[in-house]
Write a protein that binds this ligand. Structure first.
Ligand SMILES: CC(C)(COP(=O)(O)OP(=O)(O)OC[C@H]1O[C@@H](n2cnc3c(N)ncnc32)[C@H](O)[C@@H]1OP(=O)(O)O)[C@@H](O)C(=O)NCCC(=O)NCCS
Length: 191
């Protein structure tokens, strides 16, 4: 099992008006979870596009859409979100967190873009990534939210195991090809 061996380090930078820590959680001898730096945009684009291409039914966005976007689009995602990655020799997983913007909704944040390379799944990488995002989110917001395709049992099990509870369901939320996908809405209270 992947283990968290050390906490995030204390260095901090301002991103989108709020502070977050850059550092790493060691998840095993060769895997670390850390927050991506803005200058790592090429690596981020590569794993983001891989996620959209390999698991199209898991995401609201689409490979064709994002593959056609300029690199600035990905730089902006890194500027406006905290993007955590699991790293071995290469990036093996990614998960994004965005705080909602507005006086009445800024107590909430959203998990998005969760992905672990298929060859690295079922070893605890997803749980380690999510642990890092939750630790980061806890310093900024009171509630974490996410949406997950209803058919995505592995992801739903992971989120439930990490303390998320279902609070709704959006029927036919996504349409991929001729197929519709319901989405389950989940939340975790952080305070
Ligand atoms: C959902 C996803 C992120 C999970 O990542 P993961 O790294 O496999 O997650 P974990 O390893 O922490 O947990 C997965 C399973 O492995 C098990 N596991 C963890 N460590 C293990 C180990 N050392 N040995 C055996 N099993 C282990 C967990 O108990 C869990 O089992 P369960 O599904 O029966 O509950 C991954 O499947 C994925 O990227 N899917 C495609 C994209 C996607 O669906 N994203 C979510 C969008 S909402």
């Amino acid at each position: 099992m992947v283990r968290i061996r050390a906490g995030l380090s204390a260095s901090s930078v301002a991103i989108a008006g709020s502070a977050f820590r850059i550092g790493g959680i060691m998840t095993g001898p060769a895997t670390m979870v850390r927050c991506l730096r803005p200058d790592e945009v090429d690596a981020y684009r590569t794993i983001r596009l891989e996620a959209l291409q390999r698991d199209p039914e898991a995401f609201g966005s689409a490979f064709e859409l994002e593959a056609s976007r300029p690199i600035e689009h990905f730089s902006e995602q890194l500027r406006n979100n905290a993007v955590f990655v699991a790293q071995g020799d290469d990036l093996i997983g990614v998960a994004g967190f965005a705080r909602l913007n507005g006086p009445k909704i800024q107590h909430k944040g959203f998990l998005w873009g969760m992905y672990v390379r298929s060859s690295c799944r079922s070893t605890g990488v997803g749980a380690a990534l999510l642990t890092a995002v939750i630790e980061h989110a806890r310093e900024q917001v009171e509630i974490m939210q996410l949406t997950v395709a209803a058919i995505n049992e592995p992801a739903r099990r992971l989120y439930t195991r990490m303390g998320f509870v279902e609070y709704g369901r959006q029927e036919r939320a996504l349409k991929h090809g001729h197929r519709y996908f319901d989405e389950v809405l989940m939340m975790k209270s952080l305070r």
